[in-house]
Structure formats: C-alpha cells, structure tokens
Design a binder for this molecule. Sequence first.
Ligand code: HEC
Length: 111
Amino acid sequence: MHGSCSNDVNNNYSNKTVQDTSLHTQPQMHSTALVNTMRGKDLFMNRCNDCHGPTGSAREMNAANLQVSVLDSIGMAQTIRNGRGIMPAFKDVLPDSDVAQVILYVRSMRQ
Ligand code: HEC
C-alpha cells in the first residue's frame, strides 16, 4: 500500500457511518447504533495524519498500518493515550471522548 497515502485527502469519508459491533461477540447480534465518524475524522486529520496518512496506511516515522491493525478498542485507547515508541502520548491533549471518536474513525478505515 505504499504510495497510496498522499493524494486522497478528499476521499469521501466525512459522512461514513460504521456499525459498531465491538461490544458484541456473538456474530448474530447486531448493534443498531450507527455512529457518525465526522468528529473522529477531524481529529485524525489534525493529529494522526502526519504519520498514519489520510487512509491510515502510511508508514511515516515507521507508523503502524492502521488498516491492518488488529488491536481492539482498549488497546488502541492505551496506545493513543500513552503513546508507543515514536508515537506521542495524547492523554494531555485529547479528552477521553475525543479518543473514543478517533478510535471509531480508525476502525472505520480497516479493510
Ligand atoms: C509522530 C508520528 C505519529 C503520530 C502523530 C501518531 N502516530 Fe500512531 N503510531 C506511530 C508509530 C511509530 C506507531 C508504531 C509504534 C510502535 O509499535 O513502536 C504507531 C502506532 C499506532 C497504533 C497501534 C497500531 C497497532 O496495531 O499496534 C494506533 C492504534 C495508532 N498509532 C493510532 C494513532 C492515532 C489515532 C493517532 C492520532 C491521535 C496517532 N496514532 C498519531 C506514529 C504516530
């Protein structure tokens, strides 16, 4: 996926909705809560885009490819709050509600 990360800032993610089934382990259970990822996209573009790129697959500074990440939401929250390696900690700049929004957006980028 190298080279796919620079020019697609205007991809139409803005009104994308994800069906968040993260709290359900039974495949037959479906959450009906549709979550708008607009706020998460804004946060991502401001805070994460430099390293992870607009589609999450850029690997600037050796960043992890978020499209293929298998981290669950709790692991992501820990990574975002506390940082990891070169990735800075965001716990002093993003309130938990923003961390939650950006996680929803990151999950929506997965393939
Ligand atoms: C300065 C560059 C940089 C910025 C800015 C950055 N990251 Fe990262 N990110 C990294 C690097 C590097 C790693 C890999 C860390 C390691 O494992 O050593 C990483 C790893 C991650 C992981 C773990 C993925 C996995 O599967 O292990 C997540 C999730 C993540 N970043 C999300 C974010 C989010 C969300 C933001 C914005 C709030 C963000 N990152 C901002 C560089 C960055």
